[in-house]
Every structure is written in C-alpha cells, then in structure tokens.
Design a protein around this ligand. Structure first.
Ligand code: HEC
Length: 212
C-alpha cells in the first residue's frame, strides 16, 4: 500500500482484510459475500439440478404435456356431457318423437353437421342443396312420406338411384342421429358461399314435419 492511497481512503474497519494484489495503487478487500447472497447462489444451483432431474429426466410434466393433458381431460368432459344428453333420450328409436327431439337439440345437431360434412356432402352438398342426391332444403321428397322414412332410407339406401345404404357404415344410433340432421335441413336457408345452383324440387311436396 502506498502512502498516497492511505491518505485518500478512509481507514478500513478492523475486520476488513485486504487482498495482497495491488494494481496501480488500486487494492481490493477480501470481504465475505453476505450470507443471503451465498444462500441464493447455491440454492439456485441446487434447484437447477432438482428441476432438471424432475422435469427433464424424471416424472415431471412440461408445459406442453400439461396442456395436452388438460385438453384431453376437457374432451372427456365434453364427450361425457354429450353421452349424458344422448342417454337422456334413452335408447334411440327410429320413430317420429325421437327424431323431433334430436332435431330440437342444437348441440347435437351441431355435432351431426360434421358427420354430414364427411358422409353426405359429396352427393347432397354442404348445406343440403343437392347435387347427385336431391335437395334436402325444399319441401319435396322422392322416398319420404313421413319423417321416420328417412331412417329407413339412410339405412337401406336406394342403390339403383345412387343413394348409399349406410347400414354397414354407421350404427343404428348414428343413422338415427344423422337422419334427424337431414330432416333438420328442410327449410334451411342456402349457404351463399356455395356456388352450385340448388337442385330443383324432386318428388312430391309433403306436409311439414309434425309440430314444425
Ligand atoms: C353417393 C351419393 C350419396 C351419398 C354419399 C348420400 N346420398 Fe342421400 N341420396 C342420394 C341419391 C342419388 C338420392 C335419391 C334417391 C332416389 O332418387 O330415390 C338420395 C336420397 C336421400 C334421401 C331421400 C331424399 C328424398 O327426396 O327421398 C335422404 C334423406 C338422404 N339421401 C340422406 C342422406 C344422408 C343422411 C347421407 C349421409 C349419411 C346421404 N344421403 C349420403 C345420393 C347420396
């Protein structure tokens, strides 16, 4: 330590201890780091090992896993709710009362829309305006006199005319649900985003569905 340095700095407290290097008169105390700082330092190092062990090597789930776990839990809840609603109809019967009840269930009809968009869209188009198959939005039907005839028709098809039988592709329950959806298209406004012209009425105009 030079005299110059000693003159310009207040004397260090008794317990302060100077290291022995000296850079152009600049010296350094060798004071211990505060306990809280050292605790955080070692604590975070130890934490990083525990974290790595748990989340990367061990059973801990990452954010993505947590997300997909919650999403599948949500799906289960939704499916259970849909099942409960369906089971409140009891066993689905291919009769008028069942079809009318299903048609009035908006959520169920929404779920059937996606079935329609896969199974029926090719021939009847997305909004049911008809292409190979007849228009479902008008009041005229070829094979249908009563609403429950739709179930028979979707089950057996009209093979000679190009309507597929769905008996071996869908369960009886599924056929009843999609039949209710087909019936619900009657009277619906056409979707303006579909460019194809609606198919002209075929068959005979039949009375409205009961209660509609
Ligand atoms: C491969 C083409 C094709 C597919 C796919 C198809 N249909 Fe059809 N559908 C037809 C044709 C063609 C007719 C007319 C039958 C006739 O002239 O007797 C028809 C008739 C119908 C009728 C009776 C309409 C009437 O006026 O009598 C209903 C109801 C019906 N389809 C519902 C469905 C449903 C529901 C689906 C999907 C699950 C479906 N169709 C899938 C071609 C198809």
């Amino acid at each position: 330590m030079t005299d110059h340095a000693a003159d310009n700095h207040p004397p260090a407290a008794a317990e302060d201890h100077l290291t022995d290097h000296n850079y152009d008169g600049i010296q350094e105390y060798d004071n211990p780091l505060p306990g809280w700082w050292v605790a955080i330092f070692w604590g975070s190092i130890i934490w990083s090992f525990l974290y790595f062990g748990w989340y990367h090597a061990g059973p801990g789930r990452g954010m993505l896993d947590n997300y997909s776990a919650s999403m599948s839990a949500l799906d289960e809840v939704r499916e259970a709710a849909a099942d409960r609603r369906l089971s409140s109809y009891g066993e689905l019967k291919p009769d008028q009362a069942t079809l009318l009840a299903l048609m009035a269930d908006e959520d169920l009809m929404k779920s059937q829309e996606s079935v329609w968009q896969v199974r029926c869209v090719a021939c009847h188009l997305g909004d049911g305006r008809g292409l190979v198959g007849p228009n479902m939005t008008d009041d005229a039907y070829i094979n249908v006199k009563k609403i429950e005839d739709i179930v028979t028709l979707v089950t057996d098809g009209v093979i000679a005319k190009g309507m597929l039988p769905f008996a071996n592709q869908l369960s009886e329950r599924e056929i009843i649900m999609i039949s209710a959806y087909a019936a619900s298209l009657r009277g619906k406004a056409l979707d303006p985003s579909i460019a194809m012209p609606a198919k002209a009425a075929q068959g005979e105009v039949i009375p409205p569905w009961p209660g509609q």
